[in-house]
Design a protein around this ligand. Structure first.
Ligand SMILES: NC(=O)c1ccc[n+]([C@@H]2O[C@H](COP(=O)([O-])OP(=O)(O)OC[C@H]3O[C@@H](n4cnc5c(N)ncnc54)[C@H](OP(=O)(O)O)[C@@H]3O)[C@@H](O)[C@H]2O)c1
Length: 252
């Protein structure tokens, strides 16, 4: 039977690259995201190779999540890997300058959205059993503090701890859980974070060697295709040209 992967945020960046990576290995794809035209373009690209089902989905809408899963065509119902990738950072300025609405959007998407999809697909994944995987996209920001990370980093710390805690409850079901925590990767992430400032996005990645969407897609595919008895708990991946700074000190 074909293996089915369910990807959130498949319209861009890691999610889109992961769709291509799983397709290259013959998996059937369920591709979701808000921008339907992008999903359809990806479906057109990959459908000659593997079965592809697309559904417009805002992960913040718990009812819509349930509907999309209930309406999965028969051949796509036995999901083996859930890639909880949909997410975003907003407002890179200091916490005290950020609109509350931006904090709410990050919590609603990165925390509640991820929880919505996980809760809805858990029974299916448990039914699939040995070899099933939940791959959550966390971030180095969930582990390491930096200025302007405020709620984004905190939401990814939630992803990390939720992943670990799920492992405890899923012990004995065969379902694996991984928190993949990338560092700087060039996708549409910074364009979204700066609300469309292409120059700011270009500036961030210029003159260095960030991770690519394909680099992370390879890691996502790796953890979901390991032998059934191996669970990678957390995979933190940074570009070689990125590291930490010393502690900041406020001086007179
Ligand atoms: N790039 C990085 O440096 C980096 C580093 C660490 C972690 N991450 C994490 O990796 C994940 C993917 O990011 P990316 O770098 O690939 O960014 P991206 O290119 O901006 O892609 C983000 C994806 O999330 C989807 N998305 C956003 N809000 C959504 C919502 N409410 N409902 C459904 N889908 C939604 C977007 O689709 P639609 O807009 O079409 O809905 C898009 O497909 C995110 O969770 C991000 O936090 C990124």
């Amino acid at each position: 039977m074909a293996k089915v992967v369910f990807i959130t945020g498949a319209t861009s960046g890691f999610g889109r690259a992961a769709a291509r990576r799983f397709a290259a290995d013959g998996w059937s794809l369920v591709l979701t995201g808000r921008r339907l035209e992008r999903l359809q373009a990806l479906q057109e690209e990959l459908a000659a190779r593997v079965p592809v089902h697309v559904a417009a989905l805002d992960v913040r809408d718990a009812q819509a999540v349930l509907r999309v899963i209930e309406e999965l065509p028969e051949d796509f119902r036995r999901v083996r890997a859930l890639i909880n990738n949909a997410g975003l950072a907003l407002a890179p300025e200091a916490a005290q300058k950020v609109a509350l609405e931006d904090w709410h959007t990050m919590i609603d998407t990165n925390v509640k959205g991820l929880v919505n999809v996980t809760h809805a697909l858990l029974p299916t994944l448990i039914e699939t059993g040995a070899g099933a995987s939940i791959v959550n996209l966390g971030s180095v920001a969930g582990q390491w503090p930096y200025p302007g990370s405020h709620v984004y980093g905190a939401s990814k710390a939630f992803v990390k701890q939720f992943s670990y805690n799920l492992r405890c409850d899923l012990l004995g079901t065969g379902v694996r859980v991984t928190d993949i925590a990338p560092g700087m990767a060039e996708t549409e992430f910074t364009l979204v974070r700066t609300k469309g400032d292409q120059a700011a996005s270009d500036r961030l990645y210029r003159g260095t060697t960030p991770l690519t969407a394909e680099d992370i897609a390879e890691q996502i595919f790796y953890v979901a295709s390991l032998p059934d008895h191996i669970n990678i708990n957390r995979l933190e991946v940074m570009p070689t040209r990125q590291a930490w700074m010393p502690f900041a000190v406020d001086r007179d």
